[in-house]
Write a protein that binds this ligand. Sequence first.
Ligand SMILES: [Cu+2]
Length: 141
Amino acid sequence: MRFYILLIISILFFQTSYADEPALVIDMLNKRDKEKMLYSQDIARVNVGDTIKWIPTAKGHNVQFVSVPDGVDKVKSKLNKEYSYTFDTEGVYLYLCTPHAGLGMIGIVIVGDSLDNLDAVKKHRLMGKSKRKLKKILKEI
Ligand SMILES: [Cu+2]
């Protein structure tokens, strides 16, 4: 009997800790190869319900959602802070780093299979280097 109770407790504990695990970790970087001010990956693909955790590996960065599927809040994280977000709505998410919005520090998250809001993402007005970067990223979708 005691064995089964312990077994159940360990299963519950495992599930709880598993649920908190991010599906993906993205670093905020000053440099990657020859590019400056960017995230460790430009495009991320996750499933509905998955969590992405962004890590402030370098200082002076954050995450700000600027074009998202209908009904989703445009969240903005604090500078130099780790940030986790769970994607409950499928579609395309465009985010950027507020201080480096014109320096190409942007990223895309594709949640599930829906590209319904891709046109809105394409039309989103970005500044400076980020415009070209978005075009380049979208070619890879
Ligand atoms: Cu930045």
